[in-house]
Design a protein around this ligand. Structure first.
Ligand code: UTP
Length: 303
């Protein structure tokens, strides 16, 4: 490997991931009055019961991320600290199976890679991302939703695939999945032009379009008429995103009462360009009762 090549690879390697988990989770009320949705249990492919956030952290770490910033409500500090930073009491540890004792040690190691960040007021997803600005500093980072978990269809995990695309294109990347027209009311939608390497040059992002708008403006060449490309929940972003979020926050520009991410992603795209990548894998939502029930059933057998 030549010297220049090595420098390029180092420059391009993404170290940090941000996971906002400070929302109220109103769609899962009243369960979320006492348990954060990001702490709801799921059963993983090994048959282990674990809180959703652990599956997300594991997805990041297994893709080569070395530092994870979790944006929490100040009141939730203790519970996340307890999960990620505090070893089980001796009496509990002694009662665990050898397998779970080993997992407990691994959990401590995982926790050492996590930094808790704070969102004082719940002003929206975009605002929560902004709360990670000082921690991220001037680096590209992987942004992961706190209420989605992933299962890959290929030998590479979903997050690894997104990181690989970033290394290839050296540009903002939004992960994508296909969705039928009747699901668009709850999705962030994307359109663009295919490049030679099956990567989409994104030409527009649009939050929750009507079917009519999508049919008129968001159709992507080669896709069936009633299918569209929507955001999958993993983003590889440059720190420029914080400038646009700061602008919206300073000008108190809210959408549906909150500081949103998508309009800032659209500005980021206009300024720096953005690649869209259709992930080989499945995304499981846990943010709604029906979706959570289905995730519990499907996630465990997805591997
Ligand atoms: P959602 O859009 O699902 O919002 O957030 P929510 O508040 O969690 O849930 P509902 O819509 O009221 O049911 C997407 C991600 O952003 C985080 C959430 O925790 C979730 O992981 N979030 C959202 C924050 O961290 N802070 C916020 O102010 C809003």
């Amino acid at each position: 490997m030549g010297k220049g090549e090595k420098i390029f690879m180092q420059k391009n390697r993404v170290k940090k991931a941000v996971i906002p988990v400070a929302g109220f989770g109103t769609r899962l009320f009243p369960a979320t009055k006492v348990v954060k949705k990001e702490l709801f249990p799921i059963i993983d492919g090994d048959g282990r019961a674990k809180p959703v956030i652990l599956a997300i952290i594991e997805e990041a770490i297994s893709a080569g991320i070395t530092e994870v910033g979790i944006v929490v409500q100040p009141d939730d500090k203790e519970i996340f600290q307890n999960l990620l930073k505090t070893p089980p009491k001796k009496e509990l540890f002694a009662k665990l199976s050898p397998h779970n004792q080993e997992y407990s040690r691994y959990l401590q190691d995982l926790g050492s890679k996590v930094t808790l960040l704070f969102q004082e007021d719940q002003l929206g997803y975009g605002h929560a991302v902004f709360c990670a600005k000082d921690w991220v500093q001037n680096e590209p980072f992987l942004l992961m939703l706190g209420d989605h978990i992933y299962a890959s269809n290929s030998e590479k995990s979903c997050a690894s695939q997104v990181l690989d695309v970033y290394e290839q294109v050296n540009q903002n990347v939004v992960s994508l999945t296909t969705m039928s027209a009747e699901m668009l009311y709850k999705a962030g939608c994307v359109t663009g032009v295919w490049q030679l390497n099956s990567i989409l040059k994104v030409t527009q992002l649009y939050e929750k379009p009507t079917i009519e708008y999508a049919q008129r403006h968001l159709h992507v060449e080669g896709m069936p008429e009633n299918e569209f490309l929507c955001m999958f929940g993993l983003y590889l972003l440059t720190p420029k995103i914080f400038d646009f979020l700061a602008e919206n926050i300073n000008q108190n520009f809210r959408e549906r009462g909150e500081f949103q991410l998508t309009s800032c992603l659209e500005r980021l795209r206009q300024e720096e360009g953005m690649a869209g990548y259709v992930v080989q894998g499945k995304c499981f939502d846990i943010g709604l009762p029906d979706a959570y029930r289905q995730t519990i059933i499907d996630f465990t057998s997805a591997f």
